[in-house]
Design a protein around this ligand. Structure first.
Ligand SMILES: Cc1cc2nc3c(=O)[nH]c(=O)nc-3n(C[C@H](O)[C@H](O)[C@H](O)COP(=O)(O)OP(=O)(O)OC[C@H]3O[C@@H](n4cnc5c(N)ncnc54)[C@H](O)[C@@H]3O)c2cc1C
Length: 371
């Protein structure tokens, strides 16, 4: 007999697991199909910054309020998930310091600095807050509310909590095909077939296969990011520091994560010497003492990028039972709670902010094709 679910979610990264959690909380019969292990692809590569301010790129209409709602959701989630499944998501206050070495850097920070929640700190204040950072700085924009989490812990906590609430989590079960049936869909995986009323495509950068299968002329581009972590037993850094596309994130486990490169259209998930060399050089400019720390680990992941760098969240334009939650580029950790809530609300036919529906729908106007 074929198993039947109300919702089948393709992909068990942070996005698929968040959706499973929010739907299971509403007592829906949900199953996640993950081709590998929960969270082990792009989610496991992330720095874990919840950079609503630092990532909004001037989009205050849709992206910023959506990202802020997600950031706020985390402050409740840290207790809710811990209470339910016992996992600690590593929610860490401190915020981000966007460093300025000169006036040109400072000018680039002007749009962030115009926000009431962001402060300019001069060199003296900065060196009191972070005594080990470079003494060549002019100052920094301090975004106290852009906190950070441990991405894998969040993903596992969503999955485990969803399971406790009744969801089925299938690992090593890649989905190959989605077929339309009279009252729903038949989903083919390597481990068998299941039926579902709704299907959510949430398999990150690999979602393009399903766009094609479902008749949509859309594509995701991989943007490879390489990182490394070093052991910082003395916990020399208290805040995430950021400059010239490089960041150093202090984690509660005594590690500093240094990231990340951005290499477009590279599907190879291995780390290159050039990539690591580049980010080490930038990290040393920000935090000179880092040169003495020992390497713990290095890794790479593929950010799923859409043509306008905003995610695809919403219904298939012609098939209401199919939904997309993918293309979160460099913000999937930040946007996971808001994405899970939005998919829940669309399926349950609750009211959803129309600006978000329009901004993230998969058939929004695309002015150019991506290579
Ligand atoms: C170096 C780096 C640093 C980053 N830092 C941050 C950060 O600080 N903050 C932030 O918000 N974001 C960050 N990101 C971005 C973030 O990691 C991603 O946006 C997010 O992980 C995307 O989650 P996802 O669930 O869509 O994709 P994934 O985590 O890739 O999950 C998709 C899952 O689908 C599975 N899958 C694929 N095909 C199939 C199939 N056919 N059937 C079943 N399963 C399938 C895969 O195995 C995978 O587990 C970073 C990314 C990188 C690479």
């Amino acid at each position: 007999m074929i198993d039947k679910f109300e919702v089948a979610i393709i992909g068990g990264g942070i996005i698929g697991c968040s959706i499973a959690y929010y739907l299971a909380k509403e007592k829906m019969n949900v199953a996640v199909f993950e081709g590998n292990q929960i969270g082990m692809k792009t989610t496991s590569a992330a720095g874990g910054m919840l950079g609503a301010h630092s990532e909004c790129d001037g989009d205050f209409d849709a992206f910023f309020p959506f990202a802020r709602s997600s950031q706020f959701a985390y402050s409740e989630l840290k207790e809710q998930l811990n209470h339910l499944c016992g996992l600690d998501i590593g929610y860490r206050k401190g915020g981000i310091l966007k460093l300025a070495f000169n006036e040109s850097d400072r000018n680039e920070l002007q749009s962030i600095l115009s926000q009431p929640t962001v402060k300019w700190l001069d060199k003296e204040t900065l060196s009191e807050m972070e005594p080990h950072i470079s003494n060549k700085l002019l100052g920094a924009a301090y975004i106290e509310e852009d906190v950070n989490v441990l991405p894998m812990a969040v993903c596992q906590a969503f999955a485990k909590s969803a399971q406790i609430l009744g969801a089925t989590i299938n690992e090593y079960s890649p989905v190959h095909n989605i077929h339309k049936k009279e009252n729903g869909f038949l989903i083919e995986t390597t481990t068998g077939q299941v039926e579902a009323e709704y299907v959510v495509v949430a398999n990150g950068v690999w979602s393009t296969t399903f766009f094609k299968q479902l008749g949509l002329d859309r594509q995701l581009m991989p943007v490879k990011g390489e990182c490394l972590s070093v052991i910082d037993e003395k916990m020399t850094l208290k805040h995430t520091i950021f400059h010239d596309h490089c960041y150093i994130v202090p984690r509660s486990n005594g590690r500093l994560v240094i990231g990340a490169t951005s290499i477009e259209n590279d599907w190879n998930e291995k780390v290159s010497l050039d990539g690591i060399e580049t980010i080490i050089a930038k990290a040393k400019t920000m935090l000179p003492n880092i040169a003495h720390l020992k390497i713990d680990s290095f890794w790479a992941g593929l950010r799923p990028q859409t043509f306008d760098r905003k995610p695809f969240i919403g219904h298939h334009p012609e098939e209401e039972g199919i939904l997309f939650a993918t293309g979160h580029y460099r913000n999937g950790i930040l946007l996971a709670p808001a994405t899970g809530q939005m998919i829940r609300d669309l399926i349950l036919k609750r009211q959803v902010n129309n600006e978000w529906v329009e901004a993230f729908k998969i058939d929004r106007h695309q002015p150019f094709a991506i290579k």
